[in-house]
Design a binder for this molecule. Structure first.
Ligand code: IMP
Length: 211
């Protein structure tokens, strides 16, 4: 991506507004606080995309919470989608054994990343493990996953903002939106990696390693 980024004018449409996100975060926070009443909770989130959601959600929960962060990346391109192999770049800092754990995600697409993470975290023997995601794209699911808390279910399209990136940019938008086709098209002229990412505009696939 070697073209200048113009955050607002690169966005073709706002899919979920800032107000809608904040209202949903409050609603989820209240539900989670009620469901875990009298307990304490460990929130585990995955860098970098879930960062704004995690920051807002933890403050909407009225229980005692601890937080921990992981960072993962996918093993490149199409191979990743079929194998679901995930590399852990940053592991949990603390033990989650016998803790009630809520995994906080930005978006579930094929579900392969989450499927890996759930198996990984279960191996650490938490007392319970549930999943909370801001966005869900069920149309592209490759593995069956039970999601306990979902913010918004969206169609099969590549979205940016509120933590989600395209080429590492657009994470700081306060809303979730869709980029103009020209933005992907101009990236396609920039090389193989960008061309792969530009496919996103046509089929909704994820640029590899775009956590
Ligand atoms: P999955 O393993 O296919 O479910 O991919 C999940 C990860 O892919 C998310 O945590 C995001 O980092 C990334 N991702 C999936 N869809 C989008 C999107 O529409 N925009 C930005 N990132 C996405």
């Amino acid at each position: 991506m070697n073209v200048p980024i113009d955050l607002q004018s690169d966005v073709a449409a706002v899919l979920v507004s800032e107000d809608q996100i904040q209202a949903k975060v409050r609603e989820l926070g209240a539900r989670i606080s009620a469901d875990y009443a009298g307990r304490q909770l460990t929130l585990v989130s995955v860098l970098k995309g879930a960062l704004p959601f995690m920051a807002d959600l933890m403050r909407a929960i009225s229980l005692p919470v601890r937080i921990d962060l992981m960072e993962v990346s996918s093993y490149g391109g199409a191979t990743t989608e079929s194998s679901g192999l995930v590399r852990i770049l940053k592991d949990l800092k603390g033990s989650i054994a016998d803790e009630d754990v809520l995994l906080v995600e930005d978006i579930i697409d094929t579900g392969l990343t989450l499927n890996y993470l759930v198996r990984y975290l279960r191996g650490k023997n938490p007392a319970s493990l549930r999943i909370c995601t801001l966005l869900d794209k069920p149309a592209r699911r490759l593995v069956e996953i039970t999601v306990d808390y979902t913010g918004f279910t969206i169609d099969d399209q590549f979205v940016v903002g509120y933590g989600l990136d395209y080429g590492e940019f657009y994470r700081n938008l306060r809303y979730v939106g869709v980029l103009r086709p020209e933005v992907y098209a101009s990236a396609a002229g920039a090389g193989d990696e960008a061309a792969e990412a530009a496919d996103v505009a046509s089929d909704g696939a994820i640029p590899a390693g775009s956590e």
